[in-house]
Design a protein around this ligand. Structure first.
Ligand code: PFF
Length: 438
């Protein structure tokens, strides 16, 4: 595709909200609360905030700047730095091909819960039915297919008419609904206990593991390490604005939604004296039970799952846009052909990940079912590896002054220092932890 007929965002707000939509997702509403709970609340929060506004922001800016400069998909963007670096783009596609088939299975569960909230009279049944539902063969698959096809339709509709339009509607709705839900939860008895747990740092819990967990959470949550912002940045038509001016809301909104999620989930859990246990159980079992005991609980439960669906969907479309851009830019596929091809691939691999909760539960790779193995591979290895290689490519091979992110020279210098030293060292630590070498 030549630069002139290449798709483009309709407005600055469009790229901002689409990028924020990629960042805000299950990572904020599901992963962040249980990571925080496991790591002592407030102390984890402090490290998470510091990492988001330094390493997280630096990587978002770097990726977007690369995309805005090269105006092509990730492998071309890295190839521009050095032809030998094109393989990093391939790694981005691989990461997307691994995340989408399990992320969208969870998207399907959420969709199913929304439908069930209309048909089941007591929301209590949801929690009890979760294990039965996720381990059954057909129902989760059906909803996964529906969610996957929904994602594909938005991507198929293109940058302006599909992704931009969807994110412009979904992001404000999500924000408002989350605030409504938070206010309702904060009115519960003992809600303050949860707020205290979330904000008061417990210094004794500050250790190497907390720090590494917080950094890992930041990478997954802000969506760095697989070229999403390279791809989204490549659709910016005019480069008159500095990268930081366009992209700063991404990290701010991502952190804000995590804070709102914490301020909704912890007060709810604390006021019902329920232990916070990890994983899918928190949002699919514990929270529906809590909502069930509130007046109009079914309504609040429905709002919660609509929020989850919106957040997950804006992330899923960004995950899909990366391989689609690759197929269009490099392989010269038409958008419809690229979308259909990648969707069929995801429908097939996703069938296996979905069935790994039931019929294929016995099939394990290195002791993990397929779903868990994909999650482990993506968040603990591939995303940090992609982030690390991006830092090396930009900080060391491209060299300073080639990617201008800030108009202010002092901020630009700090950014370059972060990409050259702080970020790669921090990511290396996460990677080593991911493969259990430290
Ligand atoms: N950031 C998304 C979330 O918080 O759910 C997940 C994600 C999307 C990770 C896109 C990586 C990515 F490239």
């Amino acid at each position: 595709m030549t630069e002139t007929n290449r798709a483009a965002w309709g407005s600055k707000l469009g790229i901002m909200l689409a990028s924020a939509g990629s960042a805000v997702g299950l990572g904020n509403l599901w992963r962040f609360p249980f990571c925080t709970a496991q790591n002592g609340g407030g102390s984890f929060l402090i490290i998470y905030l510091i990492c988001s506004f330094t390493i997280g922001a630096a990587l978002v800016f770097t990726e977007a700047a690369l995309g805005m400069k090269v105006k092509s998909e990730p492998s071309d963007a890295f190839g521009w730095i050095h032809p030998r670096l094109k393989f990093i783009g391939g790694l981005c596609i691989l990461t997307s091909a691994i995340i989408l088939p399990y992320y969208n299975v969870v998207g399907g569960w959420i969709l199913a819960y929304i439908f069930k909230s209309f048909s089941i009279t007591s929301i209590k049944n949801f929690g009890e039915a979760f294990t039965d539902f996720s381990s059954s063969a057909f129902e989760p698959l059906l909803f996964f297919y529906a969610y996957m096809i929904g994602t594909a339709i938005i991507v198929y509709m293109g940058i302006q008419k599909g992704i931009e339009k969807f994110c412009k509607i979904m992001m404000p709705v999500l924000f408002v609904l989350l605030i409504v839900l938070m206010i309702r939860v904060l009115m519960l008895d003992r809600a303050l206990e949860g707020v205290k747990f979330f904000f008061l740092p417990d210094i004794s819990k500050l250790n190497g593991k907390t720090m590494l967990d917080a950094m890992g959470q930041v990478f997954f949550s802000v969506s760095v390490g697989m070229g999403v912002y390279i791809t989204y940045g490549s659709y910016v038509k005019d480069n008159t604005e500095s990268v930081s001016r366009i992209m700063w809301p991404v990290v701010v909104l991502d952190v804000l939604i995590s804070l709102l999620a914490g301020l909704t989930i912890f007060p709810a859990v604390f006021s019902f004296n329920i232990p916070i246990n990890a994983g899918p159980a928190l949002i699919f079992i514990t929270l529906p039970k809590i909502f069930a005991s509130l007046p109009f609980g079914q309504f609040f439960g429905l709002i919660f799952f609509i929020i989850l669906l919106g957040a997950a969907a804006t992330s899923s479309i960004s995950l899909m846009e990366v391989p689609v851009a690759f197929l269009c830019d490099r392989m010269k596929f038409s958008r419809p052909k690229a979308v259909v091809l990648f969707t069929v691939f995801c429908l097939i691999t996703g069938t296996f990940t979905s069935l790994s909760f039931g019929k294929l539960g016995e099939f394990k790779i290195a002791g993990k079912i397929l779903f868990d193995q994909f999650d482990f591979l993506a968040s603990n290895i591939l995303l940090p590896l992609g982030g690390f290689l991006t830092c090396i490519a930009v900080g060391w091979i491209l060299g300073s002054g080639k990617l201008v992110v800030f108009n202010n020279s002092r901020l630009q210098k700090s950014f370059e220092f972060c990409i050259k030293w702080i970020a790669p060292i921090a990511i290396l630590l996460i990677l080593l932890k991911g493969i259990e070498l430290i």
